[in-house]
Ligand binder design. Structure first.
Ligand code: NAD
Ligand code: MG
Length: 359
């Protein structure tokens, strides 16, 4: 087992990464404050893993709330089921919530923990690759609103994150690939050596080789932990984690949520970011080919959907959270393995990038 620490002063916490961790009370119980444990999961994950985690909480008062599965249920309305469970079982401020599932369950459970009695503890047990390398670390929690994704939320850090990589054995191939988009992202942000390692290990990773997965997840968590430690509430460097996301969000919303998985959309976004960086003279064309090839090898898309026009894409990019003084700031690549947040790009070149982005 590897341990990565997120350093945030008194809110610091460990990320445990390894196999066969789920039911381990010595590992998990030190992070449970009182006697009351509320496990939050969903209809897909609970039949697979709920029984397996119970031994970790032996001797405690355990309840569970099982939510419907899907991004469309990441709402305040559905979140109320967690509060109903907590209140009807008389959970107090020493309660610990446990998120068992992917990013949807993790974001919702974290937000419930941030709100319940003005804040209780919670533990993340992420079961998708995306949640293990991204959403379970860093304390962003929340739900969607009909008018915007993740628009209702709070920063609330967990007590610990328990990543049992065995859970990935049941994850559908498409979800696994989507998670790899975020893994590749860490290489592109500032870790060229990791990018090279990924290029050399695609086959093993797609075969779900345990050692390779453990290594890729630990290295991703180290990156995320370091960036979050520097900038917990995204006033600076944390924005780099949005590489590919301004393009990706435009694709997700245009195509309708669910058509493209988040990881698939940002995979395309990272290729577009690389292309724009090349037109700026920062990357070579070989670099762009290299990025696109790696993304493709992970069974991810690299081109803008055929039925999406450059104008539509452009329009949707203008509503991004990173707009400042009327210009969208983008995370681009200064060179391969070194990204930056910038508005110093030529909008005409962005237009051109979007036009060729369907090929
Ligand atoms: P998800 O939670 O919807 O999980 C994907 C699917 O896999 C679901 O059907 C789920 O039930 C199923 N599943 C989960 N674990 C499984 C397992 N081990 N075996 C079989 N099936 C399993 O999606 P996700 O990609 O994990 O997360 C996406 C969510 O995360 C979005 O809501 C996004 O906004 C959020 N997110 C948050 C952050 C953050 O910093 N908080 C970062 C990135 C993404
Ligand atoms: Mg993301």
């Amino acid at each position: 087992m590897k341990t990565v620490t997120v350093n945030l002063g008194e809110r610091s916490y460990p990320i445990f990464i390894g196999q066969n961790l789920l039911g381990n009370p010595e590992l998990i119980q030190p992070y449970v404050q009182g006697k009351q444990v509320m496990i939050v999961s969903n209809e897909t994950v609970s039949p697979l893993y709920l029984e397996k985690i119970l031994p970790a909480f032996q001797g405690l008062n355990i309840e569970a709330v099982i939510l419907p599965d899907g991004e469309q249920y990441k709402t305040l309305d559905v979140l109320n089921q967690v509060f109903d469970g907590l209140l009807s079982e008389k959970f107090d401020r020493q309660a610990t919530l446990v998120a068992l599932g992917g990013g949807v369950v993790g974001d919702m459970t974290g937000f419930a923990a941030a709100c319940y009695q003005r804040g209780v503890n919670f533990i993340q047990i992420p079961t998708t690759l995306l949640a293990q390398v991204d959403s379970s670390v860093g304390g962003k929690t929340g739900v969607n609103h009909a008018l915007g994704k993740n628009m209702i939320g709070a920063f609330h850090q967990p007590q610990c994150v328990v990543i049992d990589t065995d859970t990935l054995n049941t994850l559908p191939d498409r979800e696994l690939s989507a998670g790899f988009a975020e893994v590749i992202k860490y290489g592109l942000i500032d870790d060229i050596a990791f990018l090279q390692w990924l290029e050399n290990n695609v086959t093993l990773l797609l075969k779900r080789d345990a050692d390779a997965l453990n290594y890729a997840i630990a290295r991703s968590c180290q990156s995320k932990a370091r960036i979050v430690s520097l900038d917990e509430k995204e006033s600076g460097v944390r924005a780099l984690l949005n590489l590919g996301h301004t393009f990706g969000h435009a694709i997700e919303t245009s195509m309708g949520y669910g058509t493209y998985l988040h990881g698939e959309a940002i995979a395309i976004g990272m290729v577009l970011a690389a292309r724009l960086s090349a037109t700026m003279g920062w990357l070579s064309n070989e670099d762009v080919v290299r990025v696109a090839r790696l993304i493709k090898r992970f069974q991810l898309p690299t081109t803008i959907p055929a039925n999406m026009t450059p104008a539509d894409m452009w329009q949707r990019m203008q509503v991004d959270k990173k707009v400042r003084d009327g210009k969208v700031r983008l995370v681009l690549m200064q060179k391969l393995g070194l990204s930056l947040l910038t508005d110093q790009y030529d909008p005409a070149l962005l237009q051109k990038t979007l036009q060729v982005g369907q090929q």
